[in-house]
Every structure is written in structure tokens, then in C-alpha cells.
Unconditional design. Structure first.
Lengths: 407, 433
């Protein structure tokens, strides 16, 4: 199984210039857009009776819901006089993990190269030195078995964090994730809990080839009994990591290969995010753009153009891929009456498809136009950069989609 | 005894006393002669597989060797007996319980009281009893889809198991698991795994927990042992090999118990496995491999004792291959037409319960009346279990959504901003999820 080292270098390039190669990406994607317009705008009609529930009961818990980086146009540059500390996304994950390991001796890490090597994306760097080889366990390359081992350990009192070196490798652990993570609490009549976190890098990177560029959230979403979250900023990466570890439910935490070197200033004081809440990235009035993980940055890039053209889009990072935060999403839909979903997931059976269904079921009465969903093309992610760019949604497509949606 | 590298090559010390296998005539055909190994009469075509023959002679020696160890030990003891009267009665009772329970399951299945796949354990009782009756309550057991009797041996009440099979709310998993998913946290029965091999990693994880508690928490009482039961078919699955490797690598307190009943549904072990001697895969991973007659509870118990104690001492895992036989089809849906009647008859004659009975009588450990009293007691337990299960209520609708998430916040936040699980429809079980 191949390891990917590409992420660190590539992501540095990404975070260093916040503009994210916009020129390079805009031109080819515009060209492609005109060719594929028909396939992008699939009109979804859903004649279901609207079940929108009214009432504005306040949420039981109020958690920190805005991050420093969630400002519409967050800049990597921060002055050192500001409070908090600046770190990269992989360091934020590591910090969250370390804090939880300090706090609770039952928290342990297992996976390929998480120990002495420090993780292929350095999320577990130096943790083995600090906590020992047993708490930061280097496993043989045997995904199904070490994931199952994590489950057995979780059933008997530990809180393991299992790393998939690449999310795609977890396909080899699908049986354990589905049958045991997802079902065992239920089939045991509630006797055994599985407080496990399964995490790792996924998504389309820089020419990693088809197998290493997968978005497994579409496969995992129909497993009952698991929760799925995707992080997108150092701030939410740390907060979600900590929340996932503390959860009594099995949680899959999706990281993105291209986001590990994003830099952000985060608070010094401890914080934990809610696993179930979406994040308001940019409030707006004209259209709701729902996105997550790396596509958040494509959306924000498009938002810049859209604002220049007089649009005021509301951008929400849904963060919780299962379950959806219907409150935040619903409030936005009720305000803008138009929804665009932008995801890196596959078009067929993806998160966007589920989200579209959820919006149509719950908020149909509030929609002035059918929900539009921009997803990756249903093709194995190609190696060549041109083809790869055409596979995932590009900012120009988002701009066009919003313009059409708001006509 | 610590497990030194030198011993890794041949973890069974007595192996070295056996004649070199090459001294055997190469024309020896293990499957056509009176080999003690693998009693299937399934016909195989051999193309001069002399290597297999060599292996076989080796294995036979190993079995004999284990028995020799047992015998030798006992002659040194005050009594010549392998078990005390109390132990004998306990083993007998547990085996009869397993047998009677499964026979009743068949009846209840045909009477339409239980549904789905029901895999019965008849014939293999010596393995469950021989191993599990040596465990403490804190020790863990991980089983397969053929798990009723493992649950019973571990102490899960017959009522709770029968009720689970009836799909009732009083079942050990509230009717949510069924025949192939028996769990009991109280008895440290970690399942009930319905797919081949998937229980082995979970068992490995439980053993890892014990090691973790001992070494990270410095808990001196963390000496629990985990038993992973699985069959011959599983031994060709990757999870088996992966976990043997990890367990040996980290010296986990686990015993891998292969219940080789020679058949993976309709696939003969000999047709499925390049080298049918599963026990030999232990040494390949640096752990002892032992082959034992799985129809003899006393032999199983002796081997089990050593393997469990070894794990408890922190000396690592053991692979034990128990050669046994199931007296019924793979499941109650299997007409069992493939297996040779002569083969079935041969094993029926070696019924592990009859064998133990014989031993008890020959050594005057108990009278026939005493054993009959046990039979009667078990019949009453089984009848009571059926009655209990029959009268127990079916799960209510309110149960439907209760155990999907340990923390029901996992159902998420609804359009009204509340956690959906706060909606009364969730407690009623009528919510749409």
C-alpha cells in the first residue's frame, strides 16, 4: 500500500497564497463548464409534502460556533499581537489529540506509522515518544484487523483513535466499520459502547491517482449508528477531534490531504465543538451555499467573485456529514430560498444527494428554485492534472451556478 | 516459561522427540489410511502430495505428544485422574446443557418459534466446555454465528439466550441481536459475530485492552484472558493471519481456538486448505500451535489450561486446533446431504458426552443416578427457558430507536433547533430516521 507524502508540500503551496492558483484554475474550468453545463445542472423536483417544522426553540447547548478563520476571507497572515496561537491544521489535530490523551489515559492511537514515524501527515508527531508505544501503537498493514482491534478495545474500556493512513485504505476495513462500529451497539441491545474515532486524510489531492483520491463519506453515510464529521480549518479540526474522542458514539473524522498545512490562529484556552453543528462561514442573503472540507475554499473563492458581481451568498460549512444540522441549514434556506450544494463527493449516492433529499423533505415550501448540487464527476479520479481539475468542482462553476440559480 | 526465539521454531517441545518426517515412506497417503488427523471421508485426488504426508505424520506426533504430556503429569499426581468429581460433574452438566439447549432450538425452529439462520453446536460441546469452564468471569469470549453454547458455558442464563432466539424483549440483547449476535456485558461475552473472521480482531482488541490496563494503567490485576473461537473455514481468511501476527507481536493474552469441524458449510476443509494442519500456523507466527482431539473434553481441558495460564502469565497467545465435528447440518436450513453418512456415523460414535460419561463411570466419579439427576435438572432448565421465552413480551415500538447510538445526539439537530432525540417520537420509536 502506497504512502502519500505529497500532501505536506502541496498544501504548503495552497495555504501560502490564499488565492489558490485562481488564474490557473479559472481558465480551463470555464472552458469545461460550457461543455458540460447540461450535466451540472440537474433539476431536482420533489413533490413530497413539506414537513418543515416551525418553532424556534433554542438549542440546549451553546457552543463556540465561529472560528477566527471563518471570516469570509480569512487570511493566513496574522499578527503575533493577537491572542491565541498560530498553527497548521495538522498541528491543530495533533494538539487536540494530545490534550485528550493528557486528559484521559484511555485515549490511545493506533494505525500504520502513527508512532515512530509520527504519522504520514504528522498528526501524531512525537506522541509515541511522550506516551509510549502502547498508547501510540504502530500496527502492521492490516486495516480490517487493526480497525477491528480498535473496536474490541473500545468495547472493553479504551477510547482508540484509529488512523487510516489514507481514507481509501479504510475500504479494507469496511466490514469492521459497518458491521461492528455501526451495528454492534444495537445488536448487543445497548450493552457495549464503541467510543472509537476513525480518522484520516481523504479527498482529491494533487495527482494522487484514483485509489488515493477517494471520498469515502458517500460509502459510509448509510451505515447506521456512526457519526461523520469533516474538518476544514485548524480551529474546527481541533475542536472536532476533541469532540469525536469524547463522544460515546463511533465517529469518522474526515481530513483532507490538501488542507493539512492551512494556517490559522486559534484560542489558547480549551474548546470543544459540537459534532452535530454546521458552521456559518459567511452570512448572506441571496443564496445558501452548503459545502464542506476542501470545497469550502473553492466556494469562498467563488464568493469573492460573486460579491464583486453584486451577489450576497451565505456560505455554510455543514461539517457534520451525518447527521445534517437541519437547524442551521433550515434557517438559511428560510432566509435565502435558494440552495446550492458544493461537494467533492461523488455525484451518485453522495453527501450532496442526501442533503438535497433532506432539504426537499424538510424545507420544500421555502424553496424558490430546485436545489442545485455540484459534485465531483462520477469518474475514477484521473492522474493528469487537467483531467483531475475537471473532475472536481471549480470556483468558476460555482459562480455560474449561483448566477443561474439567482436569475 | 518465557517464549524464547529458539522455541519459536518448534514451540511444542515434544515435537523434537518425534522421528524426522522424512523417514516416513513418501507414498504415505494421510487421507486414505488410518490417519488420526482429519477424519473426513471426503475423497481427494492426490498428485503425489508427499509433502502433505510428511506434515501429517508430524501432526500426529504432536497430538500424541500433547496426550503424553497430560498422562505424564498425572502419573506424578496423587490421583491418576484428570479431573475431580466436582469438575467432572460440572463439565458433564455444561455439555448436557449445550446439547439439550440446541436440540430444543431445533424443535422450536421447526415449530416456528424462531426464525432466520440458526446454527447448532451439537457434537462440538467438548470445545466450549473444555475451554470456557476454565475461565473467570472477567475473562472474555468472542464467538461466531454458532454461539449459543459459548454463551451458556460463559454463564449467560438459558432463559436469556432462548428469549433472544425467540426475538423477545427479555433476550440477552433485548431481541435486537438474534441467534448469531449473542452478547452479555455482564459475562464478558463480546459477541456473536455473524461474518467469518470478524470476531478475531475484536478479540485481539479485548486482549490489547488487558495488556493496556496492565502496562499503561499499571493495574496488577489486569490478567484477563480472551478466547477467540472460530472454525476451520475462517482459517483461510486474512483476519486470522493478521491477528495471529499482531497477537504474537505484542504478546497479547489471547487464545485462538479453532473448532475444526472439517466442513465450512459444504466445503471440505481438505478441499479448501493447502495445508490442512491449522495448528502449524501458530509456530509460523511465533506462537505455540497445539492440535487436540476436540471430541474429548478432558484432552481439550488440559490443552486449554496450559494455553489460558500461559496467556494469563503474559507469555502471549496460543493457537489451539480442536478437531471436532458437528452432528447437524451447517444451520437448520441445511439439509446436510453432502457429508458422507459413514463419516457422520464415525463421529457420532465418538460423541463427547458419551465419552465423558464413560470416563466418569470407569473412574467411579459419579453414579448413573447422579448423572440422570443432572439430565433431569437440565431438562427443567430448558423447559423453563422455553416457557420464559414464550411468555416474554415482544419488543415494543419504543425500543426501535433506543440503541442506535450510545449517545442519541447522534440523530442530530432537527429543523426546530432541538436535538431530534428530544422529540417524543424518538422515545415512541415512531420518528423517521
Amino acid at each position: 500500500m502506497a504512502t502519500i507524502f505529497q500532501g505536506v508540500g502541496a498544501a504548503t503551496a495552497f495555504s501560502a497564497s490564499n488565492s489558490f492558483d485562481s488564474q490557473k484554475l479559472h481558465l480551463p474550468s470555464r472552458r469545461s463548464l460550457s461543455e458540460r453545463k447540461a450535466s451540472i445542472f440537474v433539476v431536482r423536483s420533489d413533490a413530497r409534502v413539506n414537513q418543515a417544522r416551525n418553532g424556534g426553540a433554542r438549542r440546549a447547548e451553546s457552543l463556540i460556533s465561529t472560528a477566527v478563520a471563518t471570516k469570509p476571507d480569512s487570511s493566513a497572515a496574522s499578527t503575533s499581537s493577537k491572542p491565541g496561537h498560530e498553527l497548521l491544521l495538522f498541528e491543530a489535530l495533533r494538539e487536540g489529540l494530545e490534550e485528550e490523551m493528557d486528559r484521559d489515559p484511555s485515549v490511545c492511537v493506533m494505525g500504520e506509522d502513527v508512532g515512530h514515524y509520527g504519522g504520514s501527515y504528522k498528526v501524531t508527531k512525537d506522541l509515541a515518544q511522550k506516551y509510549g508505544d502502547l498508547r501510540v501503537l504502530d500496527t502492521p498493514i492490516a486495516e480490517n484487523s487493526f480497525t477491528g482491534m480498535g473496536i474490541g478495545a473500545a468495547m472493553t474500556g479504551l477510547r482508540p483513535v484509529v488512523e487510516g493512513m489514507n481514507m481509501g485504505f479504510l475500504l479494507l476495513a469496511f466490514n469492521q466499520i459497518s458491521n461492528n462500529c455501526g451495528m454492534l451497539h444495537y445488536t448487543s441491545g445497548g450493552q457495549f459502547k464503541i467510543p472509537i474515532v476513525i480518522r484520516g486524510p481523504g479527498g482529491v489531492g494533487r495527482q494522487l491517482g484514483a485509489e488515493h483520491s477517494q471520498r469515502l463519506e458517500s460509502y459510509f453515510q448509510s451505515i447506521p449508528g456512526i457519526q461523520m464529521v469533516a474538518c476544514s480549518t485548524p480551529y474546527n479540526a481541533k475542536g472536532l477531534m476533541k469532540a469525536a474522542i469524547r463522544s460515546e458514539n463511533p465517529v469518522i473524522l474526515f481530513e483532507h490531504v490538501l488542507l493539512y498545512n492551512l494556517k490559522e490562529r486559534i484560542p489558547d484556552e480549551e474548546y470543544v465543538l459540537s459534532l452535530e453543528e454546521a458552521e456559518m462561514v459567511r452570512p448572506g442573503e441571496h443564496v445558501t451555499i452548503l459545502t464542506y472540507s476542501r470545497m469550502r475554499y473553492h466556494v469562498m473563492q467563488a464568493a469573492k467573485t460573486l460579491v464583486n458581481r453584486g451577489y450576497d451568498p451565505e456560505v455554510i460549512d455543514i461539517r457534520s456529514l451525518k447527521p445534517f444540522d437541519l437547524y442551521t441549514i433550515g434557517n438559511s434556506v428560510k432566509k435565502t430560498h435558494r440552495v446550492l450544494i458544493v461537494e467533492e463527493c461523488m455525484r451518485t449516492g453522495g453527501i450532496g444527494a442526501s442533503l438535497t433529499a433532506a432539504i426537499n423533505e424538510n424545507f420544500n415550501d421555502y424553496l424558490d428554485a430546485p436545489v442545485v448540487c455540484l459534485s465531483s464527476q462520477d469518474v475514477p479520479t484521473p492522474y493528469a492534472s487537467t483531467l483531475e481539475d475537471w473532475t472536481v468542482v471549480q470556483p468558476a462553476q460555482i459562480v455560474t451556478a449561483v448566477e443561474q440559480l439567482c436569475q | 516459561m518465557s517464549f524464547s526465539a529458539a522455541k519459536c521454531v518448534q514451540p511444542l517441545p515434544l515435537n523434537s522427540t518425534t522421528p524426522r518426517s522424512t523417514e516416513k515412506p513418501l507414498s504415505f497417503d494421510p487421507f486414505r489410511t488410518s490417519s488420526s488427523f482429519l477424519g473426513s471421508t471426503h475423497k481427494l485426488r492426490f498428485n503425489g502430495l508427499s509433502k502433505t504426508a510428511q506434515h501429517n505424520s508430524h501432526s500426529r506426533s504432536a497430538v500424541v505428544a500433547v496426550s503424553d504430556v497430560v498422562q505424564e503429569k498425572k502419573t506424578k499426581a496423587i490421583s491418576n485422574l484428570l479431573i475431580t468429581r466436582e469438575e467432572g460433574l460440572e463439565l458433564y452438566e455444561d455439555m448436557v446443557l449445550g446439547r439439550a439447549f440446541e436440540d430444543m432450538c431445533a424443535q422450536m425452529y421447526y415449530r416456528g418459534k424462531m426464525f432466520g439462520f440458526v446454527h447448532l453446536y451439537n457434537g462440538q460441546e467438548a470445545v466450549s466446555t473444555g475451554f470456557i469452564k476454565l475461565l473467570k468471569k472477567e475473562d472474555s469470549v468472542v464467538s461466531t454465528y454458532r454461539d449459543h453454547v459459548h454463551a451458556l458455558s460463559k454463564g449467560v442464563p438459558a432463559r436469556a439466550v432462548m428469549s433472544e432466539l425467540f426475538g423477545k424483549a427479555t433476550g440477552c440483547c433485548r431481541g435486537q441481536g438474534g441467534s448469531m449476535h449473542m452478547f452479555s456485558k455482564e459475562h464478558n461475552l463480546l459477541g456473536g459475530f455473524a461474518f467469518i473472521g470478524e470476531g478475531i480482531p475484536v478479540a485481539t482488541g479485548a486482549a490489547f485492552s488487558t495488556k493496556y490496563r496492565r502496562e499503561v494503567y499499571k493495574d496488577p490485576n489486569a490478567d484477563q484472558v480472551t478466547l477467540a473461537f472460530f472454525g476451520d473455514g475462517t482459517c483461510n481468511n486474512g483476519q486470522f493471519f493478521e491477528c495471529l501476527n499482531m497477537a504474537a507481536l505484542w504478546k497479547l493474552p489471547i487464545v485462538f481456538v479453532v473448532e475444526n469441524n472439517l466442513w465450512a458449510i459444504g466445503m471440505s476443509h481438505l478441499r479448501a486448505t493447502s495445508d490442512p494442519e491449522i495448528w502449524k500456523k501458530g509456530p509460523a507466527f511465533g506462537m505455540p500451535g497445539v492440535h487436540v482431539d476436540g471430541m474429548d473434553v478432558l484432552k481439550v481441558r488440559e490443552v486449554a489450561k496450559e494455553a489460558i495460564e500461559r496467556a494469563r502469565r503474559g507469555e502471549g497467545p496460543t493457537l489451539v486446533e480442536c478437531e471436532t465435528y458437528r452432528f447437524r447440518g451447517h444451520s437448520l436450513a441445511d439439509p446436510d446431504e453432502l457429508r458422507d453418512p459413514a463419516e457422520k456415523k464415525r463421529y457420532a460414535e465418538r460423541d463427547p458426552i458419551s465419552a465423558l460419561k464413560k470416563y466418569i463411570f470407569e473412574n467411579k466419579l459419579a453414579s448413573e443416578e447422579e448423572l440422570k439427576a443432572i439430565d433431569k435438572k437440565i431438562d427443567e432448565i430448558i423447559d423453563d427457558a422455553v416457557e420464559f421465552a414464550d411468555e416474554s413480551p415482544l419488543p415494543l415500538r419504543s425500543q426501535l430507536l433506543e440503541n442506535v447510538f450510545a449517545d442519541p445526539k447522534g440523530f442530530g439537530i432537527g429543523p426546530d433547533g432541538r436535538y431530534r432525540c428530544e422529540d417524543p417520537k424518538f422515545t415512541e420509536g415512531t420518528a423517521h430516521v
